[in-house]
Design a protein around this ligand. Structure first.
Ligand SMILES: [Zn+2]
Length: 411
């Protein structure tokens, strides 16, 4: 063989090794702990390859092995392989309408620490946000002081996000236009660790897909609502981000030319019919009553209060009708309803389904099922952690190669 051919064979086997390491880490992250045999079955790799890869991951601190319970009767106990949460950690941050949250999450999705604080609705000055983020991050444990383990920072925000640099052109419910959020968070934390920012609903969808109501699904439509309405889409197992990351702004589909003014500056967006304010108005409450007023409608509906049930039903009708359009356009296998819609679903599921039956194309309608979100209020925060963990899932070898230097430096 010529020298160049040898080099190319070497490169190819290195590429294969990296992709095999990634396959193992993804399995452990999503489904662990697993036995070696389960890893063989799930990845299609040989037993000896799996053994070697686990060895590498264990030495590099990304996996651990321990004895499991003996499987039915005599014989050796099986060895279980697990992701090591302390081996790679991320800081997740969520900027929601009503609250701010931060968490430290390790490989395998284990939440080490989580803090959520309420915040008043309305405009959020970026300087105040920077201050609050620094304080919250401090409360979950100054992670940037241990930057050898901090893989990165993931941020979920209620607004449009340009994925490449975390720039937010518009976040109506925060009063933001053109905010360089990724840069602001990196500055606030004084870290060189990468900051990945994405829309809250996109990350809610990711979390529900990995750990919630949609595990195992590949074609998911996630719709979440409070004051605003967000959508997150997965097609063939991949997030549908659009050219710049703005896809999924389903709340701003124009549905009613005679509708109310929307926070985006347009009129009659879907959000003006299915968002919190429309529900409050239909139930005869002040439209800025916030979460407390919504809770009181839901409580009254549980007591069969007719006005509340009628208001919820009207929201369900608009919700189902819009979903029918999305089912026709996107042909999802599953629709997960988060936030307010998960609660509305509980009361008016038949109305939503009846609208789907009526307005969705039968062939597309037949294959879609609906479910409320499983992860509750923390879905976007957990999705932000998944986003920040993605580099170590995609290429754990790059992370492992940093280990020797770190060990030498601290020796
Ligand atoms: Zn709008």
């Amino acid at each position: 063989l010529a020298a160049s051919q040898i080099a190319s064979v070497g490169q190819r086997s290195e590429t294969i090794r990296r992709s095999n390491l990634s396959a193992i880490v993804r399995e452990l992250h999503a489904h662990g702990p697993l036995s070696r045999s389960e890893l063989v079955a799930r990845t299609g790799l040989t037993r000896s390859a799996v053994r070697g890869l686990i060895g590498e991951l264990s030495v590099g601190g990304l996996a651990t092995e321990r004895s499991g319970a003996p499987l039915g009767g005599p014989g050796r106990p099986s060895v279980l392989v697990a992701a090591n949460p302390a081996g790679a950690e991320v800081l997740a941050i969520e900027i929601a309408v009503d609250s701010l949250a931060a968490a430290i999450v390790g490989l395998g999705g284990q939440v080490a620490r989580l803090v959520r604080v309420e915040r008043p609705r309305g405009h959020l000055a970026v300087d105040d946000l920077v201050h609050d983020v620094r304080e919250l991050a401090g409360q979950v444990g100054n992670p940037w002081d241990q930057s050898d383990r901090l893989l990165g920072i993931g941020v979920a925000v209620v607004g449009m996000v340009r994925r490449s640099d975390g720039f937010v052109p518009l976040a109506p419910n925060l009063g933001w236009h053109d905010v360089p959020l990724g840069e602001a968070i990196a500055g606030a934390l004084g870290t060189a660790a990468p900051v990945a920012v994405a829309n809250e609903a996109d990350l809610g969808a990711l979390a529900e897909l990995r750990r919630g109501a949609a595990v195992g699904e590949r074609d998911l439509l996630y719709i979440s609502g409070e004051v605003g309405v967000g959508g997150g889409l997965f097609v063939g197992g991949r997030p549908l981000t659009g050219a710049a990351g703005f896809a999924g702004e389903v709340g701003h589909m124009p549905v009613n030319p005679d509708g109310a003014m929307c926070g985006c500056g347009s009129r009659g967006c879907w959000e003006t019919e299915i968002g919190e304010r429309a529900l409050l108005q239909r139930a005869g409450r002040p439209i800025d009553g916030g979460r407390e007023a919504v809770e009181s409608i839901l409580a009254a509906a549980a007591q069969q209060d007719a006005v509340s049930l009628t208001a919820l039903n009207e929201t369900g009708r608009w919700l189902g009708r819009g979903l029918a359009g999305l089912v026709n356009a996107l042909n999802p296998r599953m629709i997960v309803l988060g936030g307010l819609f998960g609660r509305v679903y509980f009361f008016v599921a038949p109305t939503i389904k009846e609208q789907l039956d009526r307005f969705a194309l039968p062939a597309a309608r037949e294959v879609v099922r609906l479910a409320p979100a499983a992860l509750g209020v923390n879905a976007p925060l957990l999705g932000a952690a998944e986003l920040a963990l993605e580099p170590v899932l995609a290429d754990p070898a790059a992370w492992l190669s940093r280990t020797p230097q770190r060990m030498l430096a601290s020796a």
